[in-house]
Write a protein of this length. Structure first.
Length: 160
C-alpha cells in the first residue's frame, strides 16, 4: 500500500485527485498507476485502470490471474468491473469511498453471486493515511478557491 501512496502523491503533484494503485504478482510490483483523467481527458483513467493496463502489457495478457491490486481508495463500479474481467485475484484498498465505493460502501460487486468471476476484496489497509491524503487534497483545493474569490473581491472596482 505504501507504493500505492507514492503513486497517489504523483497524482496530487499533477493536480489530479490523489489515488494511486499498484499491481503485484508473486510479491513483486509489476505495474503502477495514478489518477489522470483530467490531464488525459479520459474518464476511464482512474489509478486502477492505468495500473491494470500496465500490468496487462507487462505480462502480455489481458488476464491477470494470481495478481493483487493495491489501491488507496475503494474502487468504483468501473474499476471493480475491470478487475473482475481481468481475473485479478484480490483487491486491497485503503480508504472507504462512501459516495462511489463498489466494495461495500455503496454497492458490493465483489460479493455478487450472479457474476462469473469473483475477485476478493479487503479494505481498510492504511485507511487513515490514505484517507488523510484525500482529505488534505480537497481541503487544499477548497482553500485555493476561497483565496481566488477573495482576490477577485479585493480587485473589484469600487461600487461592484
Amino acid at each position: 500500500m505504501r507504493a500505492a501512496l507514492v503513486e497517489a502523491q504523483r497524482a496530487w503533484d499533477l493536480g489530479e485527485v490523489p489515488v494511486g494503485a499498484v499491481v503485484v504478482k508473486d510479491g513483486v510490483v509489476i505495474a503502477r498507476g495514478f489518477n489522470q483523467p483530467i490531464a488525459g481527458h479520459d474518464p476511464t483513467a482512474h489509478a486502477e485502470i492505468v495500473a491494470l493496463r500496465a500490468a496487462a502489457q507487462a505480462l502480455g495478457n489481458y488476464r491477470l490471474p494470481g495478481c493483487e491490486l493495491y489501491v488507496t481508495l475503494e474502487p468504483c463500479v468501473m474499476c471493480s468491473g475491470a478487475m473482475m474481467h481481468a481475473r485479478v485475484a484480490k483487491v486491497i484498498y485503503g480508504a472507504r469511498d462512501p459516495k462511489t465505493g463498489a466494495a461495500g460502501s455503496v454497492v458490493d460487486l465483489y460479493s455478487s453471486a450472479q457474476l462469473n468471476h469473483h475477485t476478493q476484496a479487503e479494505g481498510g489497509v492504511l485507511e487513515e493515511e490514505c484517507g488523510n491524503l484525500l482529505k488534505s487534497f480537497f481541503a487544499s483545493r477548497r482553500a485555493a478557491v476561497r483565496a481566488a474569490r477573495l482576490q477577485q473581491l479585493d480587485q473589484a472596482p469600487d461600487g461592484e
